[in-house]
Design a binder for this molecule. Sequence first.
Ligand code: MLT
Length: 393
Amino acid sequence: MLKPNAHYTELKDSYLFYHIAQKTKAYLDVHPGAHLYRMGIGDVSQPLCKAAIDALHTAVDDQAQESTFHGYMPECGAPFLREAIAAHYAARDVALDADEVFVSSGASDELGDILDLFERGSTVLIPEPAYPAYVDANVIAGNRIVHLPTGKAQGFLPLPDTKIEADVIYLCSPSNPTGAVLSRAQLQQWIDHANRTGAVILFDAAYEAFIEDGALPHSIFELPGARTCAIEICSLSKTAGFTGTRLGYTVLPKTLERCGQNLNAMWVRNRTTKTNGISYILQKGGAAIFTQEGQTQIKAQIAVYKRNAKILTDALNDCGIWYTGGKNAPYIWLECPGGMKSWDFFDYLLQNAQIIGTPGAGFGACAEGYFRFSCFGSVQETTMAAKRLKEVC
Ligand code: MLT
């Protein structure tokens, strides 16, 4: 008799953002036509930049001609895109071979898929508040999760604890959901810890493009020792508006080995078995982001989201609500006013201001009492939302 994966029974009833979508739908069923200010899931509002759109159009036309048509793409990514990404790192003084870059269908897909590299039942350290997919993907994989809570007193920044032994360590910097960014010295502590203990760091850099403080690292590979302990997972979703288009990349150095096995070679073996590559059209659109024109255009888009952050933080200042983030990240992390629990604050904002945010409790037990706003809406919507927030808080 077939036995389903029993670990599914250990998951919460529904995934955080699905649960929010269900609650939103229930509200709209009772208030049809209500206008909602959506600052929950971090979904972008600006269209793809011109450089990407032009490249996508050209690639579609390429598929119409026998001489330029592409069928299956290389499983680990097209050389033109792998080389463009390696050159982007080189501009930041990080030397990579193009075959250390793996093109993916996005960071969230990759963060779960990459667990194929590790033995089932591995011990996984997840600093919290954390993106909930880290936890759920590891529950499904049957791994042992060790939660490392952080709080306001340490700026929501995790540091290694020598008493905790883990095989895999998740780090997200800039953090989703708190917007906190590990300094070079803090990240170096994690790298040294991982090299000492043999752990592998899964470094989620999906929000690196939002860093504006020049002293903060964008990539873990800017620091010494990372090539023997880290895998970096990146995405064009937030950087370039690809949430619905789907494209990302993973940097897995050829120098990363454990127990005599080379993880880069293992990932090549995995991808060549489990995927047939990302479409030619998408990879052409993605490569355009790494041109000078593409970089200028996405920086202008990020500036719009930063403007939203300023609008929201000004409103929070007026309300006297404590917050962090919004500077080097597209998320604002705030304390629920009046000691409210986070799902109660969610309901309060929805009912009274038609604002949707994300309750802290969805990011781990230590995040109860906090709340997240995404800054990815339009300036007009964000301005209206800030006004309504001030009316009810
Ligand atoms: C978020 O809101 O945390 C993200 O948009 C979710 C994701 O990237 O999958």
